[in-house]
Design a protein around this ligand. Structure first.
Ligand code: FEO
Length: 398
């Protein structure tokens, strides 16, 4: 049974939701599901815009057939070869053997590596065009948003920007299609942040290049490969991309992440958070042993200040904290103000080691006070937390 929605009279959404996948890319929990978006442009020549993950093969193939309604498929435009968007390529070619694959030069290489498909290709690069009749696609390269082969395209007739992974989000669509049909800020923005920061967070400069290219294009719709289609209020998402890709904090406030074994480190963090709230500073506290790493990464991109509190464990940083910091560094986090709290009953060293892990990061500010807790809070460590609180407040208010 087909399940279609029109974006414009000639452009049809044929994607599908997956709400059963536990881990996207085998690592990111997606409790709200995910949509795999795909589109068909109907014209003298008919074009499929990207395919979907194999998990939604059946509804997708039904939708494709329904959208074409007996017409031929002339082109398969692949903007991004990651298998969540290309997995159905073989099935489509089998069903529509005359359809020509349109992709970048590196896209062709990746298709052959992944699927060993010899087929007819049209290779496109920056500024190349593909005429479908009344519709024409103009291609722009967008390397490393999220893979090196990525291209985006603009349908110049209906002014539709097919943006690949850019401007996408986790979260199933559930029958909605446009961002303005839902309360995007409440229902999707935190998932959009988590998607961006974890999937393409490392590639800020490349995202900035795409924003520059997109800024020169005249579009009325943004069609990403995941999540709702944008047809108004573009600044809601583009302004976030401008912040995230430049590693600029969205909020003046504090992310406090802790690793605690017997709750004493947690108590230190709670003491600090209470003191900060009393001074009017917004904080969010995370137990790194419980909260999924993707949520921690997302929060680190959101706040101006980060406080990390870890027990010393085998003379190292606690494993879950170390893993989080390594991921954060890997995602190129920059421009943050950091403070450290360590706990250790006989040889506390985790603060020094945590700071060392951030060595590759640019433009980090380290506040003066490091708090050392020896087993449990006492008057000295409480006093040090008060000083840390003063420093954080000053850093935010300045
Ligand atoms: Fe949704 Fe980079 O693939």
């Amino acid at each position: 049974m087909k399940n279609l929605r029109n974006i414009t009279p000639d452009i049809v959404y044929i994607g599908a939701d997956d709400r059963r996948l536990a881990l996207f890319e085998g690592v990111y929990s997606i409790p709200k599901g995910v949509s795999y978006n795909s589109y068909v442009i109907l014209d003298e020549k008919n074009a499929l815009i990207d395919t979907v993950d194999k998990a939604v093969a059946r509804p997708f193939m039904e939708n494709l057939e329904g959208a074409l309604d007996g017409k031929n498929l002339d082109y398969i435009v692949l903007h991004h070869i990651e298998p969540d968007h290309s997995a159905l390529l073989f099935d489509i070619i089998e069903k529509y053997p005359d359809a020509v694959i349109v992709t970048s030069a590196q896209g062709e290489k990746l298709i052959k590596q992944f699927f060993n498909i010899e087929h007819k290709y049209i290779i496109v690069g920056d500024g190349d065009t593909l005429s479908l009749g009344e519709h024409e696609l103009v291609f722009k390269t967008a390397p490393m948003v999220h893979w090196p082969e990525v291209i985006v395209s603009l349908d110049t007739k209906d002014k539709v920007l097919f943006s690949a992974d850019a401007f996408g989000t986790f979260g199933a669509l559930g029958g909605a299609l446009f961002a303005d049909e839902v309360d995007f800020e409440r229902e999707y923005m935190s998932e959009a942040r988590r998607y961006y920061t974890n999937i393409v967070g490392k590639y800020g400069p490349q995202v900035q290049s795409l924003l520059k290219k997109a800024g020169a294009l005249d579009f009325n719709y943004i069609c990403p490969l995941h999540g709702p289609v944008w047809r108004k209020d573009f600044s809601n998402i583009i302004s976030k991309y401008a912040l995230w890709s430049s590693y600029t904090p969205e909020k003046a406030g504090v992310m406090i992440a802790y690793a605690s074994i017997y709750t004493n480190t947690e108590k230190a963090v709670t003491y600090l958070a209470r003191a900060l709230f009393e001074r009017g500073i917004r904080c969010q506290v995370f137990d790194v042993s419980v909260v999924p790493e993707s949520e921690l990464i997302s929060a680190a991109f959101e706040y101006s200040n980060i406080v990390l509190a870890s027990v010393t464990y085998n003379m190292q940083v606690f494993p879950t904290m170390e893993s989080f910091i390594r991921e954060l560094v890997c995602h190129n986090i920059q421009n943050r103000t950091l403070s450290f709290i360590e706990n250790g009953s006989w040889a506390p060293v985790s603060a020094k080691l945590m700071k060392e892990l951030f060595a590759p990061c640019k433009n980090m500010t380290y506040l003066d006070t490091t708090v050392t807790v020896k087993s449990a809070l006492n008057d000295d460590s409480r006093l040090a937390l008060d000083t840390m609180c003063d420093e954080i407040v000053k850093s935010i208010m300045e």
